[in-house]
Design a protein around this ligand. Structure first.
Ligand code: DGJ
Length: 729
């Protein structure tokens, strides 16, 4: 059993392959205390673990200092208002305006396997892979029940947490805050790692010391965002890729979030994650419930590298559902950077002809094929084919592309509406707005109020009609602005705080519906690049566009941050033209190919116009993708050197699960004059195996390659890359 309740000590002990998580029921009032999360323990006894035999003691011994107890006890799920002044996880407001909750343990249930969460993305697993623990707690005064839900994934080494809240009282309650997970621990001199960014600079790794007070990463943009990422990890000081302890939380959600670490007066830390409480309330009438999204918890005693590999395997095996997750994806060519809005059937067919001759397998028609969409100022919402551009219609184009032996994919932005659109002229009320206020524009567009069924159905039908009309095998679902002006024509005043979350649920519902109606579709989510690259979206799509920045060098940093948690198979990455459209940098075509190889791999250029010397490299790049993609998609990822840290070069590798094959990518970003070769310490190999290096004479032991390293000759020039391919001999 991965989860047990030890009756005598009233302890829950949750075990995974390498970790143990312990919760205790404490004192007469049945407080739930967090006891331990860390390296696996065979046995655990409460004595000497919880500070309940020292001042301020538990309330049954010293109720005089109840507040001191509440404010220092490591709570499994802390509630607001009664004396715990640290960050709380849950709060309510009653009809009379009262706040505060006292949660006591009532009962629990342990079952085999793990189901999803209704209406929300969530991890899943069969009996034998995982168990589910549900702990029921209750606040006697209001009748609010809180069910703490745990998924214990043994082999995957992961614990998931979420929370369901039920109003069993007679009075309406307003949930004003509901986080999904909390970890109370003593501070082990932790540093916090987060992924910070902006448009074209997503998910850059940032490390800060944890000091007294609060450090949070958050989004109130209605999406997980370019700026912060719903991920937070605490690592012991100087922990690196192989060494040190790491506690990580990642939120399976695509909307507003708050991840925080707080260090208190006793040097205890409280790490929390959940829906951002700002502008959030949820009305619960008698008998109604609210399901909070899931958080994935990973503990690694072997540094960040191990954390990364746990996340990668977990998402590949227990979160992504698409049938494509274990398949080589078709190499696509997307016309966005090739043509922007300036294209027609002839241009697209010319690109497809040239591309198919070079071995590219799918044409993706990006923004600009519908309504009067001649630029990004208009027509979102008018999802009918612009037959002036697409002469002969969409089906004709798709059929012609299919005749070339290529698949066809299409771009949508179903969540948006342009003020200059037929849809807006007919239904200005479809846009999210605060009644009486002109909503703020962003990229000259508004957001559709998908929380309204009528609007959601309209938007869905627009997409579905197009998908039904031709042999479309891929959709890029884009979202190019954040939410603002949060107001609704439908929600009553006391439910206005539900809009943000209802919006996310609506997007999930639409994508679920689309994948149910079109189960063979390859879906790639996107949000102005990577603003909604999160585990929530991965539940619906096996890949997400990583960033609008396709420059190979910028991508090294973006992809390093993304790969810290996400499998390479999920990262949308393309070879684009130079000078790069975002940074103006010129990099060798070869290097662009190596960097895109660490993702889904595709092209984003006008293949009829690029220099002949670049074009003629495409067949070799296509062959490279076919040769290595199985390994890249399914192997274990190892970070060897980070250009973001050393400012000179980057190196990472992927090793097959059986350690018989490995591929390392080395990119020299800046050449150094008068410098010798670099010694690279390979990682992830089997010490006892012998390997051949493609293109080199001889064999090397894994032991030597990992401990003594391998000399990589300095290429002449900047931005030069190299692949090092090893196979067992
Ligand atoms: C943002 C995406 O990230 C781009 O790839 C492209 O699809 C544009 N939107 C189109 O408007």
């Amino acid at each position: 059993m991965a989860a047990v309740f030890l009756e005598e000590e009233k302890i829950f002990k949750l075990d995974t392959r390498n970790t143990t998580y312990v919760i205790a029921v404490v004192d007469d009032e049945q407080f739930l205390g967090h006891v331990y999360y860390g390296k696996k323990l065979k046995e655990v006894h409460l004595d000497g673990l919880l500070r309940i035999h020292e001042n301020p003691f538990v309330p049954s011994r010293n109720n005089r200092d109840r507040v001191s107890f509440l404010d220092s006890f490591p709570m499994e799920y802390p509630a607001h208002g009664l004396g715990d002044y640290r960050e709380s996880c849950i709060n309510i407001r009653t009809e009379k305006g009262n706040v505060g909750l006292a949660l006591s343990y009532v009962s629990h249930k342990i079952t085999e396997g793990k189901d999803g969460l209704e209406g929300l993305p969530a991890s899943f697993g069969k009996a034998g892979e995982c168990e589910t623990l549900k702990i029921l707690c209750e606040d006697k005064v209001t009748g609010l029940q809180v069910i703490l839900q745990y998924g214990i994934f043994d082999e995957a080494d992961v614990i998931t947490r979420s929370v369901k809240v039920v109003n069993t009282g007679k009075e309406d309650l307003y949930l004003t805050k509901v986080y999904s997970a909390c970890l109370d621990m003593d501070n082990k001199d932790f540093e916090a790692i987060s992924l910070h960014g902006s448009w074209a600079r997503e998910r850059q790794i940032e490390t800060v010391p944890v000091s007294h007070g609060k450090y949070s990463v958050e989004s109130i943009r209605g999406e997980s965002s370019h700026q912060d990422h719903p991920f937070l990890a605490l690592k012991t000081k100087n922990a690196d890729q192989e060494n040190g302890e790491v506690y990580a939380m990642h939120f399976v959600y695509s909307g507003n979030f708050k991840a925080q670490v707080q260090s208190d007066q006793f040097d205890q830390v409280r790490m929390t994650m959940g829906i951002h409480p700002e502008d959030f309330t949820w009305k619960l009438k008698e008998g109604e419930s609210f399901q909070a999204p899931e958080t994935v918890l990973v503990y690694s005693a072997q540094g960040l590298g191990q954390m990364t590999r746990i996340f990668h395997d977990f998402y590949r095996n227990h979160l992504i559902r698409s049938k494509y997750k274990n398949q080589k994806r078709p190499i696509l060519i997307n016309n966005w950077e090739a043509t922007y809005f300036d294209f027609d059937t002839d241009k697209l067919i010319a690109i497809a002809k040239q591309a198919s001759a070079l071995g590219i397998e799918m044409l993706v028609m990006d923004d600009g094929w519908f309504g009067n969409r001649c630029d990004d100022n208009r027509a979102l919402g008018d999802w009918f084919v612009n037959e002036e551009k697409l002469k002969g219609g969409l089906k004709y184009l798709v059929d012609e592309v299919n005749k070339l032996g290529m698949k066809f994919g299409i771009w949508f932005e179903p969540e948006m509406i342009s003020p200059d659109s037929d849809l807006y002229r007919a239904h200005p009320d479809y846009a999210i707005a605060i009644p009486g206020r002109e909503p703020s524009l962003c990229r000259n567009q508004y957001v559709l109020d998908l929380t309204r069924k009528e609007v959601r159905d309209y938007a869905y039908e627009c997409v579905a009609k197009i998908l039904r009309s031709a042999n479309i095998e891929y959709v890029k679902w884009d979202m190019n602005r954040q939410l603002s002006d949060i107001g609704s024509l439908e929600l009553p005043a006391d439910q206005m705080g539900e809009l943000y979350h209802r919006y996310v649920l609506a997007v999930y519902e639409m994508q679920e519906r689309m994948m149910t109606e079109f189960p063979h579709l390859l879906l790639e989510n996107c949000s102005g690049g990577g603003a909604r690259f999160d585990p929530g979206m991965l539940y619906y799509s096996p890949q997400i566009w990583c960033s609008d920045d396709t420059d190979a060098i910028e991508r090294l940093k973006i992809q390093e941050g993304t790969a810290l948690i996400y499998p390479l198979s999920t990262m949308g990455a393309h070879v684009s033209d130079c000078p790069n459209h975002t940074v103006g940098r010129v990099t060798p075509f070869e290097t662009r190919g190596y960097v895109a190889l660490a993702g889904t791999f595709g092209y984003e250029l006008d293949v009829t116009k690029i220099p002949e010397s670049d074009r003629e490299q495409i067949p070799a790049q296509v062959a490279m993708y076919h040769k290595y993609n199985d390994l890249v998609r399914e192997g274990d990822y190892y970070r060897i050197a980070s250009y973001a840290e050393n400012h000179y070069f980057d190196c990472y590798g992927v090793v097959s699960k059986d350690k018989k094959e490995a591929l390392y990518t080395y990119v020299q970003v800046l050449n150094r004059p008068n410098y010798h070769s670099r010694r690279i310490y390979l990682k992830g190999l089997a010490a006892e195996k012998y390997y051949a290096i493609e293109g080199e004479e001889g064999t090397w032991s894994g032991e030597q390659l990992m401990n003594a390293g391998l000399l990589v000759q300095n290429p002449f020039g900047d931005f030069k890359g190299k692949l090092i391919h090893l196979t067992e001999v």
